[in-house]
Write a protein that binds this ligand. Structure first.
Ligand SMILES: *Cc1c(COP(=O)(O)O)cnc(C)c1O
Length: 373
């Protein structure tokens, strides 16, 4: 079955009890046992819930993976990964990482004796081996990165990580499994904030961890860490996320078309200093993006001539595009990333990040045009 079909059917067999076409919301915390220890595969909802199982099967299938686990948020998934790392061990991380990850690493884990090194995206792609040693347990990357839309060569990163005995984790939130499947490029674990494109409607928080097969040493550990750590989504959140996934490929395809149009408009505009979008030939890793992604996606960022005030002014004049954090919904969102991330960010002061939505592209471009005037 192809991607579009799996997005609709995997995990969503009509309910055997009633024929319900949509997976029911099993709003229960516990399950009756026929006799002591005899049950139908479910004993307590933190460990498993049928609405969650349906979503998890679908998540795995979209990454061509065998196991998928759903979490209460992207950062809940990330915390669960950190249960697999011990104090004294090292993580090497792409420096242009999601701000929330950087805060988690620097404020929670560094003080406990975990070691982090931050490496530029180009250095991860071409020279990762030089940054790894025997204490390095994990390499953590995003591609494309947030908010600069840098692209990391996932295949090269996987080879270097494995040669040093480290695991490669890829945050695939920006690309989505429709455009990029890191497990096929050698990654060990894929993480998602399903809050973004997978949920797709700005109405639910969630996270996911997806891994290649049951023989991988991480399989049992991730499953145990999910049940023991407890950062699980409610049945309703699973249902909403699964509902969003049904239209994922169609949304991402149309949003990517809109983003290409916006990127070209911005690149030609005299008030725009730079556009960061992997679909533009001017992008530093255009060829790598072309090789590992089936299309460049719907996230982009751009820099306005005239510094911070000019960028904030453009954002404040927008009428249709909504000023809000987050991404991946049906509506276009824009954000002055430095205001969100604070002083540690790599985001330049004149940078705006945009999640291009499903509105008519003429309306999106018109709004940017009037705001840039
Ligand atoms: C939003 C986001 C996260 C965090 O996910 P939450 O669902 O907000 O916890 C992690 N990585 C990336 C790239 C994100 O955009």
């Amino acid at each position: 079955m192809d991607f579009e079909t799996r997005a609709i059917h995997v995990g969503q067999e009509p309910d055997p009890a009633t024929g319900a076409v949509t997976t029911p919301i099993y709003q229960t915390s516990t399950y009756a046992q026929e006799a002591v220890g005899v049950h139908k595969g479910y004993d307590y909802a933190r460990v498993a819930n049928p609405t969650r199982t349906a979503l998890e099967e679908c998540l795995a299938s979209l990454e061509n993976a065998v196991f998928g686990h759903a979490f209460s948020s992207g950062l809940g998934a990330a915390t669960t990964i950190m249960h697999l790392v011990n104090p004294g061990e090292r993580l090497v991380c792409v420096n242009d990482v999601y701000g929330g990850m950087y805060r988690m690493f620097s404020e929670v884990y560094e003080p406990k004796g975990y070691f982090f090194d931050y490496v530029t995206p180009d250095e991860v792609s071409t020279n990762l081996a030089a940054h790894l040693d025997e204490r390095t347990r994990m390499v953590w990357i995003e591609s494309p990165t947030n908010p600069l839309l840098n692209v990391v060569d996932i295949r090269a990163a996987a080879a270097a990580a494995h040669a040093a005995g480290a695991l490669l984790v890829v945050d695939n939130t920006f690309a989505t499994p429709y455009l990029q499947r890191p497990l096929e490029l050698g990654a060990d674990l894929v993480m998602h904030s399903t809050t973004k494109y997978l949920g797709g409607h700005s109405d639910v928080l969630g996270g996911a961890l997806v891994g290649r097969d049951e023989t991988h040493p991480l399989f049992a550990k991730v499953r145990a860490a999910q049940a023991i750590g407890g950062a699980v989504p409610s049945p309703f959140e699973c249902w909403l996320t699964h509902r969003g996934i049904r239209t994922l490929p169609w949304r991402v395809r149309a949003q990517t078309d809109n983003a290409k149009r916006v990127a070209e408009f911005l690149e030609a505009h005299r008030k725009v200093e730079a556009v960061h979008y992997p679909g533009l030939r001017s992008h530093h890793a255009y060829d790598v993006a072309k090789r590992q992604m089936s299309a460049p996606g719907a996230m982009l960022s751009f820099q306005i001539r005239g510094g911070r005030d000019a960028a904030v002014g453009v954002s404040n004049r927008l009428k249709l595009i909504i000023r809000a954090t987050s991404l991946g919904g049906t509506e276009s969102l824009i954000e002055h990333r430095q205001s969100v991330e604070g002083p540690d960010t790599l985001a330049p002061e004149n940078l705006l990040r945009m999640s291009v939505g499903l509105e008519h592209p003429d309306d999106i471009v018109d709004d940017l045009d009037q705001a840039l005037r």
